[in-house]
Design a protein around this ligand. Sequence first.
Ligand code: FAD
Length: 465
Amino acid sequence: GDFPIETDTIVIGAGPGGYVAAIRAAQLGQKVTIVEKGALGGVCLNVGCIPSKALLAASHRYEVAKHSEDMGISAEGVKVDFSKVQEFKNSVVNKLTGGVGSLLKGRKVEIAEGEAYFVDANNLKVMTDKASQTYTFKNAIIATGSRPIEIPNFKFGKRIIDSTGALALPEVPKKLVVVGGGYIGSELGTAYANFGTEVTILEGAKDILGGFEKQMTQIVKKGLKAKGVTIETEAMAKSAEETENGVTVTYEVKGETKTVEADYCLVTVGRRPNTNDIGLEELGVKLTDRGLIEVDKQGRSSVENIFAIGDIVAGPPLAHKASYEAKIAAEAIAGEKSEVDYLAIPAVCFTEPELATVGYTEAMAKEEGLEYKASKFPFAANGRALSINASEGFVKLISLKEDGLLIGAQVAGSGASDIIAELGLAIETGMTAEDMAMTIHAHPTLGEISMEAAEVALGHPIHTM
Ligand code: FAD
């Protein structure tokens, strides 16, 4: 018989949303169960953020080993053993997912393996091939994440692959076509281009990396082209046909039909929320027309005791957003007044060089009619940037004209993913351009670029006119 197991809070999905929610709820004294049908860590740890960064890092080592002539270094016989690269990547994933398991157990969170389905607003079934177990809960946090979108005429198979397939290729392909020049396509394109693959990126829009400013994407485009990547913009991918040893991709660009052959065609045109097939309709949980769950500032859905976080709610589908919302939802369930505030949420693209943004962009500030100042400082005028041979890029700060309050920042350049952290902190804590300019930054560091951009805002930069 299926005797229900009672729990306080049940979490569905163990990605960066779900596992963080489970830990936070347990810290707040709840009896917690987490349901996962796949692997602990979700997309991010298993087939997303982490493995993609491991591949990028390995590919970067290879690229740097081969091409540092301008610093007086030349190397011969540099080789890639791709199965060892995959082993390295997998070992990183395993360490982290194992860590998630230990953390959950350490907090006495029950891990229920299987697929969750809501029976009603207090009961949920967890099903495996063999059995079904009902859980009775007081509150639920849904964190089921998202999956790649499949487009017509590009049916995923051996040669037409999604990001998960691209992370697990058995060999370095000679040629790779990437449909969709968003951050996932651009990052994976960068990694394989570094490994020596001839990469073609097909982007339907006017430019790759749509979310970022043109000044920033131009720098990445230049970097990709220098690696031999072909970028076709305003290119509509029409179809892909698997051949014996590869794939032929047909696309249309400016009224002209073209084809390109490759070993693989990676399709990264967006992701769809996993909100169907879990019983939400019957529960009365309201969805938007894109299938996202409607929630308030605490993550509460239209059904009072059911919360939703991460890729299945509005906002940028990023791991740190999922984890942030997770803590808020768990705290709300515990009766705390926590609410989301997305102003200082960063977004990073791990191309070469990296791009990062936090808070307002100029376009956003304009749209809201804010009286703002944009101040920029180039990497090329920074001693550290020059000495590590990374002089491409800039830091831009957006501050209010009235009082200098920092409301946004963009970084294009080496180390942008780390530089953005300080700028996020400055915005989150309500610092002004003067505070940033008066903060002593160690010399020579890339952090000084942010300090000098703040001096530009004040009108008295030292290392530029
Ligand atoms: P997920 O991580 O998708 O986890 C959801 C979990 O729920 C899954 O494990 C799934 O198996 C489980 N599940 C679903 N339905 C059920 C069910 N019915 N029953 C039980 N379990 C279920 N983000 C960044 O911030 N930085 C990056 O650098 C970055 N790189 C990325 C690279 C790639 C290639 C990809 C694909 C994504 C990347 N992302 C990155 C995005 C990031 O992975 C997601 O935003 C993040 O994983 C979302 O977390 P989540 O908890 O909402 O869902």
